[in-house]
Design a protein around this ligand. Structure first.
Ligand code: PMP
Ligand code: GLN
Length: 383
């Protein structure tokens, strides 16, 4: 792990605090989830739900997860054997990779890629096979070249990781894109690990389509979700992995020795909210869509080349139009020079040159915070 150092999110947040910058780096909302959820959590703690819950999760939450996956996506899961509660999506991803990737196995992953994939594939002894996502001139959003994807799959390929809605590009994979991935998985007998933490944050009426809902994919797909993103409580670190019993059992076997179990009082609160807070989830989606538009317009005014964002908390902005070409250097300078923190997209790439000219800005912030960031960036641009 010597090459991994501090995560870019921790580094940029520290720099933002030091310089009193507006922090559009790390992706966390600055308003909390539904009041009823917060109160329920307090209530369960006061009622005495404070000792170890069962390792696989509170039965109430496993049942609620099974219900919402069925309601939203038509995916039927046995709550006892096909749902497993984790300490955030991060622990689910870690346990899945440690459980299923053996030394020398290859893992196909779209880049830019969320930072924990690279680290956990390394810890498992696996080898990354990155497939670049690039802006599609017609659609505006980032997409992959099916030939490049096919070329990345070989005899040692064990798994493909699919993150949709995608951090950091904001792409929401279409049914056609997922079908291409599913075809390869079926043909080469691959396991798919899907990171669906932004499942409820798709914009402009786009649906989120879980890969597991495609024919022949339910039996080979592990899907990961995050309460932090569903209910805007990223500090709660709660999530779940769902999939066929043998794959979930493998995750469970490993996770017994990683975290064993996850906070029980919070699990009970979330179990209720999944059934009762659907309207809050819709309101959050609408609000974030407005915030996306607000920040996109502001960044364009400040001279950035803003890419299309179809979902998530994030906008990708090209620094080329501002006369810059080194995103890492600019991201390190911006807090001091402009009083705004963003994340250099380059750190999400193996082929770093692909992302050198891109910064990722988080728009999951109050409107006044976004406006202040834009005001500062415009002033910096003029100076
Ligand atoms: N995957 C992606 C794509 C993310 O953006 C994040 C950050 N929320 C995670 C996983 C980790 O989620 P959690 O905080 O629930 O561990
Ligand atoms: N998922 C968050 C992001 O992409 C960060 C999570 C973390 O700090 N590890 O900004």
């Amino acid at each position: 792990m010597r090459s991994y150092g501090e995560t870019v999110f921790a580094e940029m947040t520290r720099l933002a605090v030091e310089t009193e910058s507006v922090n559009l780096g790390q992706g966390f909302p600055d308003t909390d989830g539904p009041r009823s959820l917060l109160e329920a959590a307090i209530g369960h703690i006061l009622e005495g739900v404070n000792q170890y819950p069962p390792g696989p999760g509170r039965p109430e939450l496993c049942a609620a997860v099974s219900r919402y996956r069925s309601r939203e996506y038509g995916i039927d899961l046995d709550p006892d054997t096909e749902v497993y509660v984790t300490v955030g999506a991060t622990a689910g991803i870690a346990a899945a990779l440690l459980a299923l990737v053996e030394r020398g196995d290859e893992v196909v992953v779209f880049e830019p890629m969320y930072d924990s994939y690279a680290a956990m594939i390394s810890l498992a002894g696996g080898v990354r096979r990155p497939v670049p996502l690039r802006p599609d001139p017609e659609r505006g959003a980032f997409t992959f070249d099916p030939d490049e994807l096919r070329a990345a799959v070989g005899p040692r390929t064990r798994m493909v990781i699919v993150n949709t809605p995608h951090n950091p590009t904001g792409t929401v994979f279409t049914a056609d894109e997922l079908e291409i991935i599913a075809d390869l998985c079926r043909e080469h007998d691959l396991i798919a690990l899907t990171d669906e933490v932004y499942e409820f944050l798709t914009f402009d009426g786009r649906p989120h389509l879980p890969l597991a809902s495609l024919p022949g994919m339910g039996e080979r797909t592990l899907s990961v979700s995050s309460v932090g993103k569903i209910f805007a409580v990223t500090g709660w670190k709660l999530g779940w992995v769902t999939g066929p019993e043998p794959l979930v059992r493998a995750v469970r076997t490993v996770n017994q020795f990683l975290t064993f179990s996850a906070n029980g009082a919070l699990q009970l609160a979330v179990a209720d909210a999944l059934d009762t807070e659907r309207a809050w989830i819709e309101a959050q989606r609408a609000s974030l869509q407005d915030k996306r538009d607000r920040l996109a317009a502001g960044l364009a005014d400040a001279g950035f080349g803003v890419h299309t964002c179809e979902g998530t908390y994030f906008l990708m902005a090209d620094i080329g139009p501002l006369g810059h070409d080194d995103g890492v250097q600019l991201a390190l300078a911006l807090p001091r020079e402009a009083g705004v923190a963003a994340v250099p997209a380059q750190v999400f790439y193996d082929h770093q040159e692909e992302g050198a000219h891109l910064l990722r800005f988080a728009f999951c912030k109050r409107d006044g915070v976004l406006d202040e960031a834009v005001r500062r960036l415009k002033a910096w641009h003029r100076s």
